[in-house]
Design a protein. Structure first.
Length: 361
């Protein structure tokens, strides 16, 4: 670790591995995080390296991330490489004495997730999984209301994401499930993490129905047609008796809100809407419904495409580093979210419910 970390001051030096869309979002947010200093970035693709130079002028730029790990002064590393590379990159990162934030999904297979989680247990630094949706301010308010007892015991949780199709990525890696883990891992592990977090329980059974009905059907890459789902319903049962629903549509740009989330108990319901940034709190007896706007500073909104959540995630990651506390989103959380996504992909493919015990989770 650096002298600044050792003497208790607040300067933290970051390296960013992978400077595609999400890596650039991390760079933009680190520019406005107090005490954050990006010292180096790495990416094998020239265009992505140029994006990094334009976003963070003056930082050291590497083509090979292993050279960054060997040479750059750093206290923490952000891993924002394609999903299927996380396991390999993390093997090398774990050789360095530093903290790490790895973007979601943790890995694309359960075997890789398990290996990373085991290694994280013995790593000298914090290992944090980038589930930034937890940190969207309206969602944080929803969680606060659920934890505070506004709805009574959670019975039902409904998460809707109606949005645009997957964006192009370097090398078109996100067009194929072998690279992403499948849409219900790549896109939806965020939502399965929220289900785990809000329910405070373990998933027991998953049933999914989904398909690729609209997007990418005419695209060809080296003669192959993309095989990623563009819509699905996923039902998840939990040990607590709560049940959750994910409603995903990726050809739904004609939507006022991209995310709509509702948690319902026997005493009431709390909903949040993003990007409206509104939280609705309803109580049954006596019946009362309140609407609350949750403001987010414009400078924070402009630093990324996730309603300010990446900024607030970095503040939490920073606190954990400076205070020496456990990560709020650890490798086991990442593993559990991926496991539900893989169970959902299997269920959709085979047309049957999947018990989480089948996956050993």
């Amino acid at each position: 670790m650096s002298e600044s970390m050792a003497d208790g001051s607040e300067a933290i030096r970051y390296g960013v591995i992978g400077t595609g869309m999400m890596g650039i979002e991390h760079l933009l947010n680190l520019r406005i995080v107090p005490g954050a200093e990006v010292t180096a970035v790495a990416d094998p693709f020239p265009r992505s390296r140029q994006w990094a130079r334009d976003t963070a002028p003056g930082v050291a730029v590497y083509e090979d991330y292993r050279q960054l790990l060997a040479e750059a002064p750093l206290d923490a590393v952000i891993v924002a490489t394609p999903n299927h590379t996380h396991a390999r990159v993390l093997e090398d990162v774990f050789q360095r004495d530093c903290h790490v934030l790895v973007e979601k999904p943790l890995c694309t297979t359960l075997d890789d997730c398990r290996r990373v989680a085991e290694r994280a247990d013995t790593h000298s630094g914090i290992v944090w999984v980038g589930m930034e949706y937890r940190y969207m301010p309206p969602l944080a308010r929803l969680l606060e209301e659920v934890r505070g007892g506004s709805i009574g015991p959670l019975r039902m949780l409904a998460i809707r994401e109606h949005r645009f199709p997957f964006l192009p990525k370097v090398g078109d890696w996100n067009r194929f499930a072998r690279n992403t883990g499948g849409t219900l891992v790549e896109k939806c592990c965020h939502f399965f993490d929220l289900m785990n977090l809000i329910s405070e329980s373990r998933a027991t059974r998953v049933y999914a129905s989904g398909g690729q009905d609209v997007n990418h059907l005419e695209e060809r890459y080296h003669g192959e047609t993309p095989d990623i789902l563009d819509n699905a319903f996923v039902l998840v049962d939990f040990e607590s008796g709560a049940r959750a629903l994910l409603d995903l549509c990726m050809f739904a740009e004609a939507s006022r809100n991209q995310e709509e989330i509702a948690a319902t108990g026997d005493a009431g319901k709390v909903e949040c809407f993003i990007p409206d940034s509104t939280v609705m709190i309803g109580r049954r007896n006596p019946r009362e419904i309140q609407s609350h706007h949750v403001p987010v500073e414009e400078r924070i909104l402009k630093a990324g495409g996730h309603h300010g959540s990446t900024y607030f995630e970095h503040l939490a990651f920073r606190r954990a580093i400076l205070e020496g506390t456990a990560p709020e989103v650890g490798a086991q959380d990442g593993l559990r979210a991926v496991a539900i996504g893989l169970a959902a992909e299997l269920s959709a493919a085979q047309g049957r419910p999947v018990e989480m015990a089948e996956l050993g989770v």
